[in-house]
Design a protein around this ligand. Structure first.
Ligand code: MN
Length: 198
């Protein structure tokens, strides 16, 4: 079977510092994400999942296969939404949708940060497409909106391993810093694809 692989990042491991350190990326990408992918490959060998693309496994599995597949999918989506020199603000249709849904870009960031800070324990905070609007969603553990067929455009990892080396228990500080490396070009591109899919 063709194994799932750790995808290359569109930036160097140290490129997101000081917001996310190289050390955090070495562990988060190089060890945590790699482990989810390795576990998934081991779990699906010889099963009906072995020939499926990652998103299909997420939608059709549960238990350990789901946990590792969803964590792999969520992390790839998270890391690909960040950039060394990100576009700092959304424009065009995405900006219009954000303003329609939340009033302003600043208000959206505030509400998403608040939801991410309030997520109890390990999980994720998401911006998810809802018709022409966007909605903030949080999920626990490996939970992901794609399991319900929904289309996310942005996610923030709030598992402690995402920030503990750099911020220890100060999740709110991580959440204010993360906006400095979120690439609105990537988020706009995802939103365009989502609109085309309708
Ligand atoms: Mn993580």
């Amino acid at each position: 079977m063709k194994k799932h692989e750790l995808p290359p990042l569109p930036y160097k491991l140290g490129a997101l510092a000081p917001h996310i350190s190289e050390k955090t990326m070495e562990y988060h990408y190089g060890k945590h994400l790699k482990t989810y992918i390795d576990n998934l490959n081991n779990l699906i060998e010889g099963t009906k999942f072995e020939s499926m693309p990652l998103d299909e496994i997420v939608k059709k599995s549960d238990g350990g296969v789901f946990n590792n597949a969803a964590q792999a999918w969520n992390h790839i989506f998270f890391f690909e939404g960040l950039a060394h020199k990100p576009k700092k603000e959304p424009e065009g249709l995405l900006l219009e949708s954000i303003e329609l849904s939340f009033g302003s870009f600043g208000s959206m960031k505030e509400q998403l940060s608040k939801a991410a800070a309030a997520q109890f324990g390990s999980g994720w905070a998401w911006l998810v497409v809802k018709g022409e609007e966007l909605e903030i969603v949080t999920t626990s553990n490996a939970g992901t909106p794609i399991k319900e067929g929904r289309i996310p455009v942005l996610c923030i990892d709030v598992w402690e391993h995402a920030y503990y080396l750099d911020y220890q228990n100060r999740r709110a500080e991580f959440l204010s810093s993360i906006w400095e490396v979120i690439d609105w070009q990537r988020i706009e591109d995802r939103f365009s694809v989502a609109l085309l899919g309708k």
